[in-house]
Design a protein around this ligand. Structure first.
Ligand SMILES: [Zn+2]
Length: 456
């Protein structure tokens, strides 16, 4: 079976055929470095990290571009009195640290929007010369894309122009509320350093033109896959597609959008104040466990965060790592050992939950082989090791090892505590909890069980 990916423009599964034999080019919208990373950012980066690892495991070479939007309204606002670029670089460091901790591979290119202003000016000039963009009617340096000039506008999200919501802010010389900014005129209250000399006056680029220009700079007029979070589909990606195609480029051949993260079933949002920070997560389990949790749902389904999510992931991961250690084997990663049903799961639009099920089944079979002193253990080891590698979970093997005797002791204490609680002796239960804490063990009571993890 060949790799099939869900094309979110065509809204169907398509066999993936790269434009250039053996090589895949991906453009992924990176973060706007305006505030600390949240779970949604990490999930998005991870989905495409997995895609890339799977393509490489399948024999392709991959070029992955993930931009950094370092100039934006929100960067300027959130920087406050500070130098905005210094502020943007500092936020970017938090993103990079989180990516690195989660084992996300470095993209091939990580361009800054501010390093590609010339590319954006060139693209905008071309759109004006082709009649698809115009300088603001009020004579300012604002430049807009003329949506009425592009009959395919709306093709990505399958919407008709007349049904779309337009911009609600004052027109700034816009001909239609649907027209979007390619360049924004410098405002007197913004720092001079946040504007560039353009043929239309002092201005800074709009968000959408940044990605079109950088994609073209690094990948040319066509490339294989454009990815991003579902929240970027409209208007960001719709606008990228319109302006690139109107400029005569073929642009992305496949579109991929990952679903979002919910918190106890609710949308994560600043206004709800239910965001979970990366720092909070890292207290609940190893980075490998956080990675395991973030990839555990299908990328097109929402992933719901609940108390105990990371601990549960830690337990599942510890079971896998426990098997590897129990074998006492140390063998090179051999991708030829990947089980056929794991390959089939990954080829089926990166069906990670199905892939993880194969992984856990192999661990079960492997543990049984150890119990039976069977040679099958080597086969299971190679398969598990190869799957861990493809999923980017190798680094879990470096995490602190928990001795089996310690596990036994912890579970004994937890069971004593639960009986104390059951008989209403809460003082005893609390003192056992304190004893566990002294051992560096964090426990969490779930409706049907108590789960635990070891700090550090
Ligand atoms: Zn983008």
């Amino acid at each position: 079976m060949a790799l099939e990916l869900f094309d979110s423009k065509e809204q169907k599964l398509r066999e993936f055929v790269p434009l250039n034999h053996g090589h895949v080019e991906i453009y992924l919208c990176g973060p706007t470095v305006q505030s600390e990373p949240h779970l949604g950012h990490l999930r998005s980066a991870l989905v495409y990290d997995l895609l890339r690892r799977w393509l490489v495991a399948s024999g392709y070479t991959v070029t992955l571009v993930r931009n950094v939007t370092d100039i934006d309204d929100k960067v300027l606002v959130n920087a406050g009195q500070r130098d905005w670029l210094e502020f943007a670089r500092e936020i970017e460091k938090s993103f990079n640290a989180a990516y690195e901790n989660l084992g996300i591979l470095e993209p091939t290119h990580k361009p800054y929007a501010t390093d590609h202003i010339e590319d954006m000016i060139e693209l905008t000039k071309k759109l004006i010369s082709l009649g698809h963009a115009y300088q603001a009617e009020d004579g300012s340096a604002n430049v807009f894309f003329d949506t009425s000039s592009w009959p395919n506008y709306g093709e990505l999200t399958n919407q008709k122009l007349e049904n779309m919501e337009g911009e609600t802010d004052a027109s700034f010389g816009r001909r239609s509320p649907h027209d979007f900014a390619l360049f924004k005129a410098h405002k007197a209250d913004e720092p001079q350093s946040a504007s560039w000399q353009t043929p239309w006056g002092l201005a800074r680029p709009g968000w959408h033109i940044e990605c079109s220009a950088m994609a073209k700079h690094f990948l040319g007029e066509s490339f294989d896959i454009h990815g991003g979070g579902l929240d970027l589909r409209f208007p960001h990606h719709e606008n990228e597609l319109a302006q690139s195609k109107a400029a005569g480029d073929r642009f992305a051949n496949n579109w991929m959008h990952n679903a979002l993260i919910t918190i106890n079933g609710n949308k994560m949002s600043k206004s709800l104040g239910n965001g979970v920070s990366v720092a909070e997560l890292s207290k609940q389990g190893s980075w490998a466990a956080i990675r395991y949790w973030l990839i555990s749902a299908n990328y097109r389904s929402n992933l719901d965060y609940q108390a105990g999510s990371i601990l549960e992931a830690q337990t599942a991961l510890d079971r896998i790592i426990g098997f590897i250690r129990r074998t006492g084997l140390d063998r090179e990663v051999n991708l030829a050992a990947l089980p056929a049903d794991f390959i089939a799961a990954m080829d089926s639009d990166l069906n990670i939950p199905a892939g993880l099920a194969v992984l856990h089944e192999k661990v079960r079979v492997g543990n049984q082989a150890i119990d039976n002193a069977s040679d099958e253990v080597v086969i299971a080891f190679d398969a598990v090791r190869a799957m861990l590698h493809v999923l980017g979970l190798d680094f879990a093997l470096l995490q602190k090892q928990v001795e089996p005797e310690l596990i036994e002791k912890i579970e004994e204490l937890i069971s004593k505590r639960n009986s104390a609680k059951g008989s209403g002796d809460f003082a005893a239960a609390d003192s056992i909890r304190a004893e566990l804490q002294g051992m560096g063990v964090t426990i969490k009571d779930m409706p049907d069980k108590t789960i635990w993890s070891i700090d550090g």
